[in-house]
Design a protein around this ligand. Structure first.
Ligand SMILES: [Zn+2]
Length: 343
């Protein structure tokens, strides 16, 4: 089969790899129909040391079940399913509390396992991991259903951990796909004011359509001052940090009001949390981490099916498998917000 392999920074290839197959009785074998490229895939794309072995890529996908192992109970051949960006058993201590990204027996796609940016995937712990979609494959909802595998769940997680609620002033650092889904999530949870910090015109326009009330395009100290001005001098109740770079984290912590909360979903690129002392004296909660997307799919799915939210609008480019290397380039150059792959 064909799949995407990264060999080092800037070196993404689509090539023939060993066919995906069932290994454990709890596995399912899935043919990928849709996948996408993630902002987090761009971190190794910028910095990965060259390797001969390469790393399989992709952790967001929808597909059709071809076969299941003997112990699989809830997933069957022919099901159309969405996979969250981590696999999990659904039964351990952490899964039962809705934190599947800390599953005691789970793990991450790609690396030595199959990735989503390929023709097929061996899915470990299929019963715990996959969610059956009650729609046909060519459904117009497919982009928004695919967004449930990561970006919409991640935006929702940022909003929940930042304690977004009715009437609150929310600020979102980052105008990528996750930040834009954060706008959807904040409005969905009842936020009154949603301030997006971003500069890219197409992204700002989409943020406004998703319900952002204010846009802050300044940088650094000027951005911090603008958010304070927009929030009566106090700062935001809830801040969604959707970038992960140190500067973005400093901005996020600086625009939270006293007693507020920051939900971090950008993978941190710095070794420590900055601005510790002012954050301490403001009693700001710092929360967040990898979103348990598996826990949020059942909650968000009805909103997608009934058209109340349209996170699939973050996809502004579609390609086949052969176009994946150029999709990485386009996202890295910020020509595309997020690239969908039709396999
Ligand atoms: Zn678990």
């Amino acid at each position: 089969m064909r799949a995407t392999v990264m060999y080092g920074a800037g070196d993404v290839r689509v090539e023939t790899v060993p066919d995906a197959r069932i290994v454990e009785p709890t596995d399912a074998l899935l043919t990928v129909t849709r996948a996408c490229i993630c902002g987090s895939d761009l971190w190794p794309y910028k910095s990965m040391e060259p390797t001969e072995k390469g790393r399989r890529m992709g952790h967001e996908f929808i597909g059709v079940i071809e076969d299941v192992g003997k112990a699989v109970r809830t997933i069957k051949r022919g099901d159309l399913v969405v996979a969250p960006f981590a696999w999990s058993d659904g039964t351990c201590e952490f899964c039962r509390q809705g934190l599947q990204t800390s599953c005691l027996h789970g793990g991450w796609w790609g690396g030595d396992l199959d990735g989503g940016q390929g023709e097929a995937v061996r899915v470990p712990l299929a019963d715990g991991t996959l969610v059956v979609l009650p729609v046909e494959q060519d459904d117009a909802l497919m982009p928004s259903l695919l967004a449930l595998s990561d970006v919409m769940g991640t935006g929702h997680h940022a909003a929940l951990t930042a304690k977004v609620g009715p009437g609150k002033a929310v600020a979102i650092v980052g105008d990528g796909a996750v930040g834009l889904c954060g706008v959807i999530a904040a409005r969905r949870l009842g936020a009154e004011q949603v301030i997006l910090l971003g500069r890219h015109p197409a992204r700002i326009a989409l943020a406004r359509e998703f319900g952002a009330t204010d846009i802050v395009s300044e940088r650094g100290e000027a951005a911090i001052q603008r958010v304070r001005d927009l929030t009566g001098g106090l700062g935001a109740h809830s801040v969604l940090e959707c970038v992960g770079l140190e500067d973005a984290t400093v901005t996020a912590l600086s625009i939270a009001r006293a007693g507020g909360a920051v939900g971090r979903v950008g993978v941190p690129q710095a070794a420590s949390v900055p601005a510790a002392i002012p954050t301490f004296f403001k009693n700001v909660t710092i929360a967040g981490g990898p979103a348990p997307a598996r826990a949020y799919i059942p909650e968000l799915l009805p909103d997608v099916l009934e058209g109340r939210i349209e996170p699939g609008r973050v996809f502004d480019r579609v390609t086949g498998l052969d176009g994946v290397p150029d999709g990485y380039r386009a996202m890295d150059a910020r020509e595309a917000i997020k690239v969908m792959i039709e396999v």
